[in-house]
Design a protein around this ligand. Structure first.
Ligand code: RB5
Length: 146
């Protein structure tokens, strides 16, 4: 599985740690974020990861900024993308099971490395449950299309 990752300056160190963690588990990771600590506008990275999913360059994505909020809002502006900002693993699993979120987001100023790993694991290991949840995800697409 190919995972796109994007971040701003607030999340560079956590991004590198998560990339290392994912690669140690055998995932291929494509980096769309900044590797520096100078100010970097999170909408750019959120859009790049989201667009890479739409373009099928990657299968899913991880977006990290200071809070996870700004980059999730940006990613969600790309048509067809469902990006969920989570601070713990229960919500992260449900973001896949119920919402089929293609992108998980979290905040480098909000969660530590162990919590970030738990969020990523919960989301990657969960499966979309379909059925009534598929209908609701379809209703979200309808909002986007109308
Ligand atoms: C950058 O200072 C900060 O605003 C950004 O990382 C993020 O938290 C925005 O939502």
């Amino acid at each position: 599985m190919r995972i796109g990752i994007g971040n701003d300056h607030a999340a560079t160190d956590l991004k590198f740690a998560i990339v290392e963690y994912l690669e140690s588990k055998g995932y291929e990771v494509v980096n769309y974020g900044t590797d520096g600590h100078d100010s970097y506008d999170y909408p750019l990275a959120g859009q790049m990861v989201a667009q890479a999913i739409v373009n099928k360059e990657v299968d899913c994505g991880i977006c990290i900024c200071g809070t996870g909020i700004g980059i999730s809002i940006a990613a969600n502006k790309v048509k067809g993308i469902r990006a969920a900002c989570c601070s713990e693993p229960v919500s992260a699993a449900l973001a896949k099971e119920h919402n089929n979120a293609q992108i998980i987001c979290f905040g480098a100023r909000i969660v530590g490395l162990n919590m970030a790993k738990a969020i990523v694991d919960a989301w990657l290991n969960a499966k979309f449950l379909g059925d009534r949840h598929a209908k609701r995800v379809g209703m979200i697409a309808d909002i986007e299309n109308n």
